[in-house]
Structures are given as structure tokens and as C-alpha cells.
Design a protein around this ligand. Sequence first.
Ligand code: HEM
Length: 186
Amino acid sequence: MNPRLFSFIGGNGSGWSVVSIETVVGDPLPAVERVDIVAGAISQIPDGGTWILRGVTSNDRYVTRGEKESLIAKQAALGRPDATHAALIPIRKSTEWWALTQDERRAIFEEQSRHVEIGLKYLPAIARRLHHCRDLGDAELFDFLTLFDYSKADSAAFDDLVAALRETKEWKFVEREIDIRLVRAS
Ligand code: HEM
């Protein structure tokens, strides 16, 4: 099993309870009551499942050494006991984005959009894990599955963070985005 592969099963089975699913841009995803986050590959939708999204964690593409060290110094891992709230935000970027070169994408991502600079302000309150889907095959609906968890008290801060990122130049290249908010099932 690839330990970097994760499957996100939307349905009415087990896992996190869905609070809301908002289509930010592009086609919606069918509404579900639960999202289960499972390590490894699930090739068939299980009973009670409506959709599966898959992604792999990977090496960093854009960060500089200095940014990486700032992130490592501040960031928390997912799964803290008080992180009862979570967001799964699948994102697809445009053909135009993928036609750019690595240095052009980095310039938009950080020099023009300040993704890391903005994000760092919210650490360690918000924990994150980025999954890449693009190279898993044509069946994947998104390029990235972004996952965050945080305490109830930090929910408003998470809303501010997402709003700030959506104002950036980087987000002009986002052609599909679904904002799924979750709470840990009791
Ligand atoms: C919690 C604060 C955040 C921090 C510290 C942060 C940091 C980062 C870093 C360092 C990367 C680049 C990794 C690399 O070098 O490849 C990245 C990529 C990304 N982040 Fe964030 N981020 C945060 C919040 C968010 C949020 C809230 C979203 C979605 C709404 C998001 C969406 C993405 C996406 C889609 C990518 C991939 C970009 C690409 O490769 O084109 N991030 N983030």
C-alpha cells in the first residue's frame, strides 16, 4: 500500500459529519452526510458511499528553504484532540495554470499572491495536509484535495484565511472549488 495515498468517501456511512457543502466555483459535488478519510486506495465505492476522491501527499513544489523552515517551526499535525472541526476543499486549476512553467507558477503562488505568508499567520491553529490528484489519472475530478482541522474557536479564523486566499491572483486560476465543512462525529 502507498502510505501517501488517501481516499475521501462521501456518503451516508461513517466518518466526519458534513456541516455544509458550498460550491465556490464550477460544477457541484453531490451532497452527502458523511465524509470518511481512509488511508490507502479504495477502488470501489462502498455501500452507503456516493463519491470517492483520492490524492497523494507529495514533496513540496514551491517553497523556499526559508519558508519551509518557518512552516516546520510553526505547523501542527492533523488530529489534535481539540481539532473537532475540519474542512475538505477539493480544487481544480485551469489548463492555463498547468501550461505555465514552474518559475511562473511560483511567482504567482508566492510573490504575487503571498500564499505561504498569509497561511503562516494561521499556524499552528490550523493544521493542514495537501493531497495531489492530477497524476493519479484522468478519472480524478480535482487537482488537489486540501484538508484542514482546527478547534471550534478557530472556525472564524479559518473563514478569514479562506477569504484572503480567494482574493489572490492564484485563485484566478481555480476553475472548480468545493468547500466542505466537517465536524467530528460524536
Ligand atoms: C493553513 C494555512 C496554510 C498554509 C500554511 C499553506 C501553505 C501552503 C504551502 C507551503 C503550499 C505549497 C507546497 C509546495 O511547495 O508545493 C500550499 C499549496 C497549496 N495550498 Fe495552501 N496553505 C494554507 C492554507 C490553504 C487553504 C485554506 C487552501 C484552500 C482554500 C489552500 C490551498 C492550497 C492549494 C490548492 C495548494 C497547491 C497549489 C499548487 O500546487 O498549485 N491552502 N499551501
